[in-house]
Each structure stands twice: as structure tokens, then as C-alpha cells.
Design a protein around this ligand. Sequence first.
Ligand code: PEP
Ligand code: MN
Length: 341
Amino acid sequence: MKLHATRAEIDAVCARIRDFGYKVHSIEGEERVVIGVVGVGDVTACLESLEAMPQVEKAVRISAPYKFVSREFRQAKTRIQANGIEIGGDEFIIMAGPCSVESEKQILDTAHFVHEHGATFLRGGAFKPRTSPYDFQGLELEGLKLLRKAQQQTGIGIITEVMSDSDVALVAEYADILQIGARNMQNFALLKALGRTSRPVMLKRGLSSTVKELLMSAEYIVAHGNPKVILCERGIRTFETATRNTCDLTAVALLNELTHLPVMLDPSHATGKRSLVPPLARAGVAIGVDGLMVEVHPEPEKAFSDGAQSLTFPQFAGMMHELQPYIQLWSAARIPEAVTV
Ligand code: PEP
Ligand code: MN
């Protein structure tokens, strides 16, 4: 639509689309409304008819298989609000915390520490996707309640994983952002359920998933009604075994070309080694991610999961200090274009 199109003009375009037998999917930004025409078959006649309407700025065919999440659909980057913070905007985002919520003291101590050192979101799994059924599976509801307590004490935002479509409503009560783990990136029942919630979602790239598959999964969530999707590169499986995964920074740069969605980097799972987290975090800032997710634990050697890649408190403080000049350059390079969803 043209800038500042009126409600009546928008409705007229939607009615025209429906007359042609297609579905309407509109995304309304502060200034501009973008209307998606969804359906199968040749849309040429519909597009020509829309283009003839005076209130329509232009009608374009999106060639990418992922439609709503592609830059073709919208050039301006998406900004997503969670706990009063904008992801994809002018602020560099830090999500930090333990792999798993283990105890009240562990999560509260971590929440206070990371919050005081610049984190805007506390991470911590209450539902854990573990390779072995004999490993710690998470505190579940008790873990969610501990995260809430951490938020009440500090005001920090909460991001935590949801593993099953039947748990989406429950986790959405406690979390500002729903994390979808690598192992569930293609759990389509879960993706559809996420489309029906209004909570922002952070979708982590699957262990062996291509960039296209990641974007198609994001498309599921948006197509089912929730445009608030954040992507996260967390390393992929390659022939290299010296690190837990291979941190695919190329994918980050590519995602910034292909999609308007915010992109985060998780250097903890991407490397599996705490000494490699700060250098990869720096690289992430330089390549233009919207933020970082890092694992931090008060006593990593005693962690129930992912201790080897978790930073100690002093290491987290050191990394945050060291990142400051890079984040300043990042801020200076930000292009002031965005749409809040
Ligand atoms: C996690 O964030 O602790 C986690 C399980 O990550 P991933 O899904 O990327 O393996
Ligand atoms: Mn972990």
C-alpha cells in the first residue's frame, strides 16, 4: 500500500484479493501496510488488477519459496518488542544465562549478575531437549516459576525453550520470548502452534538444516499468524570434530540479505568451548547480528548441562567489557529503517 493508506483503502484491496479467490495476509507497520496474496495458481490477473488500484504502491511476485519472511516481501528490517526491549532495532541484544534452570540460587544469582552486566534477557531451559533420556530433563513448571522470580527481582526479560505444541500456552505465560531449540526446528505441529500465539519466538537453526529450511520453518510460524520471529544461528554439524559445531557466520550474513527478520548468534552452542565464545561473539557483532545468546553459569564445572561452553561470571563480565567498542561501531553502522510488529 502507499504510505498512510486509509482503513477503507486497505479493506478495498483485501476485498479485491478475496474476489479473485485468494487469501489475505497483511502486516501492518507504523507507516506502511503490506498485504500478502496467498494461494495457488497463476496470480497474474490478480496482481494486474491490484496494481491498477490507486492506493496500491506496487504489486510484486515473490520468487522465494519463503514469502512473508523474505526481503522481497519487505525491505525494512522487522523490530520485535519483548519486555519493553526492541529486538532488531537500535539496541544490541544480549541474552545470557545457564543452559538449564537448576535451582533458585543458581538462577537468581545469574539473573542479577548478567542483568547488572548488560544482559536484557535471561535464558535458562526449564524443558530440556537432551540427547540421552537419562540426562537431566529440566525442572519444567518449577523452572518456569524460578524464571518468573528472577524477572520479578530484576526486571530482566525471559527467554526459555518450549519443546511441545501442548506446552506453548503454559510457557507463553512465563516467557517474554519462546525459544525453539535446534532439535525442534522442523517440528511442524509446534511451528503451527507458535503461529497461534502472540509471543515472540526465537527459532534456532537445526543441527543439520540449510538456511532455506530455517527460513521455511520461520515461514510456517508467520503464515500461521505470528510475525514475531527471531532467527538464531547456533552452529551446524560438519566434518569438523574439534569444536561441538561449526559456527556458520556465512549464514548470518546471508540471512541478513534474504530476510527482514532479526538474526541472533549463539556462540556457546556453535563452539562448545567457553574460550571460543568471546572471539565468536566479537565476530558476530562485526558481521551485524542483532544480538547474542550466551550461556553463563555461576559454577560451570557443576552445571547439569553444557558446563564446558558456559562462561563463568568474571568471563561474562570480561566479554561484555571487551565487546563495548565493537557494539559502538555496530550502533554507528545501523541503518535507521524498520517496522515494528
Ligand atoms: C540451548 O539453548 O540450551 C539449546 C538446547 O540449544 P540448541 O537447541 O541450539 O541445541
Ligand atoms: Mn545448552
